[in-house]
Structure formats: C-alpha cells, structure tokens
Design a protein around this ligand. Structure first.
Ligand SMILES: [Zn+2]
Ligand SMILES: [Zn+2]
Length: 358
C-alpha cells in the first residue's frame, strides 16, 4: 500500500485525531457523490479520503500503517457498513447537507474486496472467485420491508403521493411550497408490520460469492469497479458499488516492469565464449529457444519482442528481456585446471595456477 494517507488528507504525520477528522470532513463535504453527482474525479477523491480516514482515525491501524505494515482494506471495508456508516460516524446522522432525517431511501454501501491473481492471469486476463460479507435484498419481503406484503399502508399525510404542500410564512406573507412528505419520506407508503426477517430495512447481512472478470494488464493495486454490485440499499434505495482490488502474486521466473518482463539465465564461460542455445520460459506457458551468440558478455540483455504482459486497455504486449549471467566455475577438477591452463598459455594470459599442475 504505497498511498500516503497523510498527504491525501493534507495533514502532518503528527496530526491529532481531531485534526484528521476535521480534514476528512472538509474533503468529504466538497467531494461526496451527493454534493458532486456524476463527477467521477470527485468521487474517487472522496473514496481515497474515506480510506485514508478509516486507517488514520483508528489508533491501531494508524500505528501499523506508520510502521509500514500492509493494511488489509478488504477486511476493513467488509467490517463496517460501507461509506454510509462511515459518514454517520463523522457527521453524526450521515446527512452531509442537512437533507433531512434518515429513513429516506439510502444508497447501499460500497464494498472493497481483495482478489489474488497470478502473473499469467494479470498478463492475459482471468476470472477469480471472491467471497465477501454484504447486505443483500431481503428475500422474505423482496426488499419492501413489510410483512407478507400486507403490513403496508398508504401514507395518510400525503395519501400516497410522497409529496405534500406546505405553507411557509415569510416577510411577504404565506407561501405554498411542495416538499417531500415528512411522514413517509417520499415513499407514499408506511410500514405497519415490518418484515420479521429484516426488521423492515429490506436488506439482510449475508455471505456472497461472485466470479469476477479480471482484464489483461492489471497490476497490484488496480481496482475494478462493479457498479451496483455492492450492498443492497434496502427499501427503494439503489445498491452500492463493489470494488475489487487486485493483488498480483509474484512469479519467481519473472520480474515485472509494467508491461515488460525480465528473466535471468546463467551460462558457463565456455558457453559465453563459444555461443549456445538456452531455453526461456514463457508467461503463456511452455518455453522457447534463445540463441546466445559467441562472445556474449556478462550482463548482456536480449530482447524478445511481444512476449511480455498485455497492456491494460490495449491489445499490445510488452517485451521479455533476457539478462545473461556468466558463471565462473569454482569447483575445477585437475583435468579442467590443466585444460584451462593450456588455454591461458595459448592466449598469453598469466595465471596463478600452481606450477606443479602444469
Ligand atoms: Zn424483509
Ligand atoms: Zn407521505
């Protein structure tokens, strides 16, 4: 987790809890989706700040973060009821802009789940199965929150319209305005007998399993957004979103640099001098031959075009770079020493070979 949470919130590393809360409140007011609907930039800034706040506001998590430990965010986000609960804890009742008491349809919480893929999966795309806790639409009442479809009655105040005319007195006299019905919060109906399974909320907590399509080219930290696959909003509320944060497990055969891969081979000094053919593993499976020409120097790099990782959102692939290490033997037999000695003599190279061996 390379994110600098302090920088995201704009506070110093020695900031107090109160300063952290204040900083998050400021950012949330201007970036929350309710304030800036349909503004993905503001939304991602909001989510980033929410994540930073969740980590830094908890003394234990903050200590671990300061130490450089990885904070398991999937755990963190499934543990609390999503962003709505977070806002409730920071703003009191969850309403940022005084938009009235809760009870109106609320959007379901967002969920962040981690998913592990191997390097080949990241190179070509794959499917992963994820499991997480979530709030699902109650099956007993189909999300209505009312028992057996009977425990519901038309709102007497607005007679089902969801809106009421209200008289407002001002300096200029009495004005009639139309507003959301305060009794049913615009739903037009009231629950008289709540569904026993969900206590009238329309949603219940449960485990979910989902197969997620991971596109080619992802890296560790890539977040996939599955719109509407988050927590159920309960009665009439739209569902939240599901975020899947990918972690790419390392492959000991390759080092990854964005779309390029690096693979190391070790050859002997005679192979480097005379040339050889080596077998190179491929990320798609199998192997391919690579000719190492005579006179190859230690550290030489051979580029195998188009055998790297697929670039995210594009079809093209990076390259595979083969780095050659030349290994000098340390376990020569007497016969090998003799032969190398003769070779050194031919080249006029002075060696420290004991005279007795020659
Ligand atoms: Zn129910
Ligand atoms: Zn009403």
């Amino acid at each position: 987790m390379a994110r600098d949470y302090y920088k995201i919130l704009g506070v110093g590393r020695d900031a107090t809890n109160e300063e952290i809360k204040k900083a998050f409140r400021l950012i949330a007011r201007s970036t929350h989706p309710d304030a800036k609907p349909g503004n993905p930039e503001a939304e991602s800034r909001f989510r980033e700040a929410a994540e930073a706040y969740e980590v830094l506001s908890d003394p234990d998590r903050r200590r671990r973060y300061d130490r450089g430990d990885t904070i398991d965010l999937s755990d963190l986000f499934s543990g609390f009821g999503g962003f709505d609960d977070l806002l409730r804890s920071v703003f009191g009742d969850g309403s940022l802009f005084g938009s009235g008491p809760s009870g109106r349809p609320t959007r379901g919480g967002d969920i962040l789940v981690g998913a592990e893929v191997d390097l080949a999966g990241a190179a070509f795309g794959t499917e992963v199965e994820i499991q997480f806790r979530t709030r699902k639409t109650c099956e007993v009442c189909s999300g209505s929150g009312a028992k057996d479809g009977e425990g519901v009655t038309t709102c007497p105040e607005c007679r089902g319209a969801g809106s009421v005319r209200m008289a407002r007195r001002s300096l200029f006299g009495t004005m009639m305005t139309v507003g959301t019905c305060p009794t049913c919060h615009g739903e037009g109906a009231l629950i008289t007998t709540p569904c026993p399974a969900c206590s009238g909320s329309g949603a219940v907590e449960g485990d979910a399993t989902m197969t997620v399509e991971v596109p080619a080219g992802v890296s560790s930290g890539t977040r996939l957004r599955l719109t509407g696959r988050g927590q159920s909003g309960g009665r009439h509320g739209p569902p939240g979103d599901l975020y899947v944060e990918v972690h790419v497990s390392p492959d000991p055969r390759f080092e990854r640099h964005d779309a390029d891969l690096v693979h190391g081979v070790t050859i002997g000094i005679s192979q480097a001098s005379l040339g050889t053919r080596v077998s190179i593993p491929l990320i798609e499976g199998g192997e391919t031959d690579l000719d190492i020409p005579a006179g190859t120097q230690p550290g030489a790099v051979f580029r195998m075009s188009g055998l790297g990782i697929t670039r995210l959102g594009r079809g093209t692939r990076g390259d595979l770079h083969v780095v050659v290490t030349v290994s000098v033997p340390t376990d020569l037999t007497h016969e090998e020493e003799d032969l190398l000695g003769q070779w050194a003599d031919l080249r006029g190279e002075r060696t420290d070979r004991p005279a007795s061996a020659g």
